[in-house]
Design a binder for this molecule. Sequence first.
Ligand SMILES: Nc1nc2c(ncn2[C@@H]2O[C@H](COP(=O)(O)OP(=O)(O)OP(=O)(O)O)[C@@H](O)[C@H]2O)c(=O)[nH]1
Ligand SMILES: [Mg+2]
Length: 607
Amino acid sequence: MSEGLVIGTAGHIDHGKTSLVSALTGIDTDRLAEEKRRGISIDLGFAHMTLAGGQRLSFIDVPGHERFIRNMLAGAAGIEAVLLVIAADESVKPQTREHFDICRLLDIRHGLIVLTKCDLAEPAQLEKTRADARRLTQGSFLDGTPIIPVSSITGAGLPELEEHLAELAKRTTRRDALGLARLPIDRSFALKGFGTVVTGTLWSGSLRVGESVRIHPTNQEARIRGLQRHGRAVDMASAGDRTAVNLAGIEHVEIKRGFTLTSLNALETTQVMDVALDWLNPLFAPTKATEFLLDIGTAELQVTVKPLRVAERFARLRLAEPILALPGDRFVLRRPSPALTVAGGTVVDPFPPRRLNRAKTFERLSGLTSASAAQRVEILTEESPAGLSISQLVRLTGIPPEIVAQTPNLILVNGQHLLSQGWVERQRHKLVAWLEAFHAENPAAAGAPISQARLGVDPALLSPVFDGFPAVTLRGDLISLSGHQPQVSAADSQTLAQIEFAFRQAGFQPPAPNEVLAATANPKAARGLLESLVKDGTLIRISADLIFHAEFIAHIRQSLAAHKGRHFSVADFKSWTNVSRKYAIPLLEYLDRQRVTKREGDVRVVL
Ligand SMILES: Nc1nc2c(ncn2[C@@H]2O[C@H](COP(=O)(O)OP(=O)(O)OP(=O)(O)O)[C@@H](O)[C@H]2O)c(=O)[nH]1
Ligand SMILES: [Mg+2]
């Protein structure tokens, strides 16, 4: 079970965010010398507390200064609820709006509004700030949420705030504990005696001591030596936990904020993705490819935004560096200068098709945007030329393999590859068309060698195409349309009968094929007919010049079946089957190849 709701602060510089966290938790999160000297927060601060009712809370305190929005965004990436902090004496200011916008754009769904510095505001001023806060948050996730006036100096309102925090912890929906482990890293440092430690909020899945993990985008592997939550060692961390991970096998300087720690061999980074965007102002939306800053997870990087069509929500992003992103991930776009948050967005496809056909892409992205997880797997499988493997689908969607494998409406082949019903239907159509053409060109043939009918598809994927498909018939190595009758002339059918009779009559002492052919009316044409009898399984070629009627091979197999597991000599074989020495050796070699028997030195065993 996960423990401890992760709450972030948000609000304008100097509005009392750090003082509030400190008044609640007793932890001063402004640790840097520069923060102390300047009296402002620069980087993220981390604190935690236990409420009277026993609930645990983690706080991520963010800087309000507009120059440190990047750090604020890295902090906001890990929170489940926000305390929107507004100083009662100053009311709503630019970064109040920007932080609030960022929370909305990142789809944070829970929070409280705290009016700080109440000791500094007259009652009328307090009421005005309260009204401003209501107006700002109208129609948003904070519409109707409690507004709690406090003073971090006098302590007024703090007990009420704690009650509201307890209630907030109860109503906040938690993250997905199933799924693959994913932890966007916000800090990496070395602890004496421990080595490398990274911290972050575990977005999904769980982590266990001893397990191996992957660091993206550098693709390094490391082992979890220890885990901590709320400063205490634990064996396991789950989705939603503020987690410190002690890693073996990697140096702390090799890891930066913005990297992601994941389960070992499931996910990959990307550099191009298709997204849906919400512009804060329609005028911000570019009409051609334009550079922005992309804040996603704890990472910030340069990105080129190419709108799909004018005034269109969908766009293709090209990232300056590879990052780990999955469908549904939220992000923020900022204009580099003058710096401004301009849009939020959702990753629709982190591995889009290379070619951008605008009309098709629009349709495709609309479909993916409204798709459930299972429908997404279906769409991706259907659009791929020959289905997708489970591991490919995991990489494309972030959905764990055991869930991908159970996608309804798809066909699982060999436990590792998914095909759509539509794909199977298309192969069946192709196969029927191909067989129609084959039969038309080869009217005398009973069917086509299956190896020719594979239509350029991996043979391992074909069983769902052939199996349970009544329109085609498989016989031995031959495939034909069901009901296909080989068209043979009267003369040919007479020759066919003559050849078959010659081999059937000879039994275990078959004639030389050339002798049989020589006895026919047209030996040259008869060779093809002999081969067709071999192909359709009426005759069986044991070696280059030795052919038996299939009846006798079946007879031999039957005789051997009675001796399953027994060791036997060539002499035994002759007495069981009445085959003469001349034929016994080639027959036994044939049976070895067919895995009916197996040679072990001087003797054989019946398998
Ligand atoms: N009188 C009074 N002063 C407060 C209160 N809360 C904070 N202050 C003061 O306001 C100043 C700024 O407080 P901080 O907590 O650092 O503000 P902040 O929002 O964290 O600022 P940044 O992190 O830089 O955005 C400090 O001097 C605090 O002592 C309060 O409730 N009442
Ligand atoms: Mg601060």
